[in-house]
Each structure stands twice: as structure tokens, then as C-alpha cells.
Design a protein around this ligand. Structure first.
Ligand code: AKG
Length: 435
């Protein structure tokens, strides 16, 4: 803690891993004394840079840019870029640390990284976003490359931003390469990448439910957020016959008792692109739904909860409410949405609970599939990408179960994901020596 002052999110992520991985390390002679976890908790490289740009009024704006190159033991650094006012070193270090374990779990050869800026895309014009992205890439292009570090999108960085970032990289480096993922289909993107994170979460949750002999059919599901991940989650659940009754935004949550399906799912894309960041607008479009200002959806009775917004959006009080209301499965779609207290409460009460680094790994896994397609200069069909995604999620679920099964048969997915993710990176680091 003394080494990383004022970094609560980063310490929270490391603590969660340490609690489960240290006892495991103690049982492995070849791991003890190698300071593997200590090495993993120190980024290989952190780049912090000035992003100066000119707004539509001709005024100069200054933002801060980051790229955390956390671990490259098993492949080039890989992980998204987040543009949001809450971005700081602690948040990006926690995301980069989680990314290392997540990418390892996908079984694809990707190391871990994360980047971003405190730039707020809300309320900016298209041209302002373009100039900002160009300024950001003008510096970041010196540190990334298809064999070095391959960024992608995250909160605030979607297809539009990836396009501008890619265009600037190509111009400066005079290279057309798969240096970013989440690209548009016209210039090297992969089918299913937009849906992949959400679909992957639901494939994973299906496996969790299967362990207790259940499916999504007729289940009531609460979801938070209304961004790309929530959209994919809701789309797949409605296909599987489940009923999603909530979404949320920074302003509060929406309860739609009839379920969010059909054209309402397409409306979510409109809502996201409106640039207002207001979940309340949903109720204007569909007046039979209700809006609860300043509240989170975890008070709504459900069978399955899928937090899909952001870190620490589900605390101990929320966890208690969920369990009291009969929720049997919590599958994280966002990165670290549950606090440590909330996680421990779920585990103590034997609720099926999976951490984002396992259940949301389908996003980055499909980015890995985009990298493969770029390398072989071919594009796969949606069916092919989707089938590979599903297979990867089933594989991650199995790895979590193998390492996380307890004596009474309960699967501790937190322990399973941390240990399974750790082992591959640890083996690679041991083989490569102290470098
Ligand atoms: C995440 O998994 O949180 C990511 O940022 C993945 C982004 C990617 O596709 O590389």
C-alpha cells in the first residue's frame, strides 16, 4: 500500500487476487520465493502524456493520456482505452491488472494493458472528438504496434473513436496493420465484436446456471448500464427466453415490467448514441416503464443480476438485497462492479458469483480473434466467430470450476478465475527468467 498511495481501486483489485492466489502459491514449491505476484503487481511500463487539442471555439484544451503496459509474458499487451472524467492512474492500473488475468483465461496469446484519458466525450461535437483522438494517438502511436501493444475500446471509446484513432496511427506510421481492435467492418474489424462482451457474459452465465440445473428460460434478470455491454447482454438473454427488466445510467434506473426486448433493444443503441447519458429518456420512449432517480437496480427482485456499468456499482447493501430477494446468480459484465464486501457476502451465502475477469472475457477474446483475422488477412463469418466465442467461454467456465470447486461442490469462481489466470502467466514468467 505504501508503494501505491491514493490508488484504492488498484489495491482493491490486487487484494482480491492475493487472497486467493497466495495460499495456492504456498502449495507449489516451484513458485515460492519467485515473487511472481509482486512482479505481476508492478506494471512493466506506465506511459503518462499530455493531450493538447483545440475545441470548436478555438480554445486550447489539455487532457491527460495514459497507457499502462502491465504484463507481456504471454503476448503483446492488449486491453481497452477508456475516455471518462473518472479516469486516473489508480483506475487504469486496476483495469490493466485485471486484464492480465482475463487475457490469460481466454487461452489466446495476449498480455495485459489498459489506457485512456480523463477526456469526457459527453457533449463534445464529432469534430472535437476527432481532434482529441488524433492528439491522443499522436503520442500513443510511439508506444504501440500490432506485435507490441494492441488497444481497443472501453467506456467512451466505441467504433467512432476507434476509427479516428486508427486513421491517425495509419497516417503517422504509414502502416495498415491490426494495431487496434473493435475496428469497423470496412477496415479490418470482426463480425460479432460489438456483441461479443455481452454475448460472452450470457454464455458464461448459462454455464453457471447449468451447474444448478437451470436455464435463462423465463428467468427475471436485472441489468445495470445501457452501453455496449448491457446491449449485448440483453439481446442474448431475450433470445434465450429470459426477461430483462432493468437498465441504469448515472441518473438512476429504469424498471420495465414488460421486459426489454424486440425494438426496445435497438432503442438502447439510440439512447447510447444520443450523447445525453440519461437512462430516464427510455421512459419517455416507453411510458409504461418507470424511472427511479438516483437509485441502482439491485433492489428489484430477480433470479439473475448482471452488473454491466462500471466499477464498484454494487456494494454490501445491494448484495444483501439481492440475496434476500432470491437472486441465485450474479454474473459480472463490467470490470470489478462489486465491492470486496459484496463479493464476500455472495460467496458466504453460496450464491453463484463470477468476477468480470472471467465472465466478461468474451470481449477481449473476440478482439484476439480480430487480431488473428487481420494476421491471416481473412474475415470469418458471424457464425464462425460466435461459435469460437462460445467455445472460449465454456472453456473459461471449466477452468474456473477446475480451480474453484470447493469440498461441498460449490464453485468459487473468484478463486478459480484468479488461480487459472495466474498459472499461465506465472509459468511464462518463470520460463523467461527475471527480466
Ligand atoms: C476489457 O476486457 O475490459 C477490455 O478492455 C478489452 C478490450 C479489448 O478488446 O482489447
Amino acid at each position: 500500500e505504501a508503494k501505491n498511495p491514493n490508488e484504492p481501486e488498484f489495491l482493491q483489485a490486487v487484494k482480491e487476487v492475493a487472497v486467493t492466489v497466495i495460499p495456492f502459491i504456498m502449495t507449489k514449491k516451484e513458485y515460492t520465493g519467485m515473487k511472481l505476484l509482486e512482479r505481476m503487481a508492478e506494471a512493466e511500463r506506465v506511459i503518462i502524456f499530455r493531450v493538447p487539442w483545440v475545441d470548436d471555439k478555438g480554445e486550447i484544451q489539455v487532457n491527460r493520456g495514459f497507457r499502462i503496459q502491465m504484463n507481456s509474458a504471454i503476448g503483446p499487451y492488449k486491453g481497452g482505452i477508456r475516455f471518462h472524467p473518472t479516469v486516473n492512474l489508480s483506475v487504469l492500473k486496476f483495469l490493466a491488472f485485471e486484464q492480465v488475468f482475463k487475457n490469460s483465461l481466454t487461452t489466446l496469446p495476449m498480455g495485459g494493458g489498459k489506457g485512456g484519458s480523463d477526456f469526457d466525450p459527453q457533449g463534445k461535437t464529432d469534430m472535437e472528438v476527432m481532434r482529441f483522438c488524433q492528439a491522443f494517438m499522436t503520442e500513443m502511436c510511439k508506444h504501440i504496434g500490432p506485435e507490441t501493444d494492441v488497444p481497443a475500446g472501453d467506456i467512451g471509446v466505441g467504433a467512432r473513436e476507434i476509427g479516428y484513432l486508427f486513421g491517425q496511427y495509419k497516417k503517422i506510421r504509414n502502416e495498415f496493420t491490426g494495431v487496434l481492435t473493435g475496428k469497423g467492418l470496412a477496415y479490418g474489424g470482426s463480425l460479432i465484436r460489438p456483441e461479443a462482451t455481452g454475448y460472452g457474459v450470457v454464455y458464461f452465465a448459462e454455464q453457471m446456471l447449468k451447474t444448478i440445473g437451470q436455464t435463462f428460460k423465463d428467468k427475471t434478470v436485472t441489468v445495470s448500464g445501457f452501453g455496449n455491454v448491457a446491449w449485448g447482454v440483453i439481446k442474448k438473454i431475450s433470445e434465450l427466453g429470459g426477461k430483462v427488466v432493468t437498465i441504469s445510467g448515472p441518473d438512476g434506473y429504469v424498471y420495465d415490467k414488460d421486459g426489454i426486448d424486440g425494438e426496445k433493444i435497438d432503442y438502447l443503441l439510440e439512447l447510447r448514441n444520443s450523447g445525453n447519458n440519461r437512462a430516464e429518456d427510455y421512459v419517455k420512449q416507453y411510458p409504461t416503464a418507470e424511472f427511479f432517480a438516483g437509485k441502482r437496480p439491485w433492489e428489484v427482485k430477480c433470479d439473475v443480476a448482471i452488473p454491466s456499468a462500471t466499477q464498484n456499482e454494487l456494494d454490501l447493501e445491494d448484495a444483501k438485497l439481492l440475496v434476500e430477494n432470491g437472486c441465485v446468480c450474479v454474473t459480472e459484465a463490467a470490470n470489478m462492479p462489486s465491492t470486496l464486501d459484496a463479493i464476500n457476502y455472495f460467496l458466504d451465502n453460496k450464491v453463484l458469483f463470477s468476477p468480470g475477469k472471467a465472465s466478461n472475457a468474451g470481449g477481449v477474446a473476440t478482439s484476439g480473434l480480430e487480431m488473428t483475422q487481420n494476421s491471416i488477412r481473412l474475415n470469418w463469418t458471424s457464425e464462425e466467430v460466435d461459435a469460437r466465442l462460445k467455445e472460449i467461454m465454456i472453456g473459461i467456465h471449466k477452468a474456473c470450476r477446475d480451480y474453484g470447486k470447493e469440498e461441498d461442490g460449490y464453485v468459487n469462481y473468484v478463486k478459480g478465475a484468479n488461480i487459472a489466470g495466474f498459472v499461465k502467466v506465472a509459468e511464462a514468467m518463470l520460463a523467461q527468467g527475471v527480466v
